[in-house]
Ligand binder design. Structure first.
Ligand code: FE
Ligand code: FE
Ligand code: ZN
Length: 294
């Protein structure tokens, strides 16, 4: 069965229950959320009664909670240790995130490997490995390293870099990968031939490590290293290639998460994009439809 959803909000008042309701309003059967604002590290206390309510509703709606994903805030950077206090803060915050995931019953958290900001790729990778080894093995939560576009000094735009990190991690059971279609294309991978890409992935890392797929179109051409997401079918990757990825049978049990932009920065596209994906038919009028129906 297709597991499809989007990133959703997580507010102080309703927490997981609110995230779930938002996902359901999009016709999704899975979702991804940040445990607070994605761009900062302010986190509120988790209310267990809201988690319990959400779990009950998920059971009713037949949502497999083991597939629901958390995304770590993107300001966390394990790759640079030039400021030791910052590095320690990142490690401790991420440790806290994993504990929050455990409290919520979440199994997987997506993490951007980090940017080396001048200290170099090799040292950056060594820092990431060091940080991950300080965190993993203390909870049952798996960290999924996201493949990156290669913007600035980002690490993880090459599968070999992700592989090197995984090789250095001691707790192999709790490390995996999240592939992001926009990032892969921006990094220079030919995902039009997705089965070819998966073969390459399998040789370098192993397909069984893929725990999440971020499905986004891209505003920029292959190899641009820009990381600007576009709505499904409206970018340079295109609808057919994305459908081919979404329905690849080797990834059937892996949740597909949309992180496409709001239309005119205010209208959530996910209900419409999910419907279009289920229909497997591109609607070139979709963006206008979204603007007019909300
Ligand atoms: Fe991400
Ligand atoms: Fe992503
Ligand atoms: Zn991105």
């Amino acid at each position: 069965m297709l597991l499809i959803g989007s990133h959703v909000g997580f507010n102080k008042k309703e927490q997981l229950l609110g995230s779930l309701k938002e996902a359901l309003s999009y016709g999704a059967n899975t979702f991804m959320f940040y445990t607070g604002a994605p761009q900062n590290t302010v986190r509120n206390k988790l209310e267990n009664f809201l988690t319990e309510e959400a779990k009950k509703l998920m059971e009713q709606e037949k949502i497999d909670y083991t597939k629901v994903i958390v995304h770590a805030p993107y300001i966390i950077n394990l790759a640079n240790d030039q400021d030791p206090d910052k590095f320690t803060f990142a490690v401790n915050f991420l440790k806290g995130e994993l504990e929050r995931c455990e409290q919520l019953g979440i199994k997987s958290i997506v993490l951007h490997p980090g940017s080396h900001v001048g200290c170099g790729v090799e040292r950056g990778i060594a820092n990431i490995i060091k940080g991950l080894n300080m965190i993993l093995g203390q909870t049952n939560v798996t960290i999924l390293l996201e493949t990156m576009a290669g913007k600035g000094t980002e690490i993880g735009s090459k599968l070999e870099e992700i592989k090197e990190i995984i090789d250095g991690v001691l707790d192999k059971k709790h490390i995996g990968v999240c592939i992001d279609t926009c990032h892969l294309s921006d990094a220079g991978y030919d995902i039009e031939n997705f089965s070819g890409f998966l073969d390459e992935f399998d040789k370098i890392i192993g397909i069984d490590k893929i725990g999440c797929v971020h499905v986004n179109d891209s505003k920029n051409p292959v190899g641009s290293h820009k990381d600007r997401h576009e709505n499904i079918g409206f970018g340079t990757i295109g609808f057919n290639t994305l459908i081919n990825i979404i329905y690849n049978e080797k990834l059937e049990d892996v949740p597909k998460i949309l992180e496409t932009p709001y239309v005119e920065r205010q209208y959530a596209p996910y209900k419409y994009e999910i419907e279009m994906i289920r229909n497997k038919t591109f609607d070139e009028k979709l963006l206008e439809k979204i603007k007019s129906q909300i």
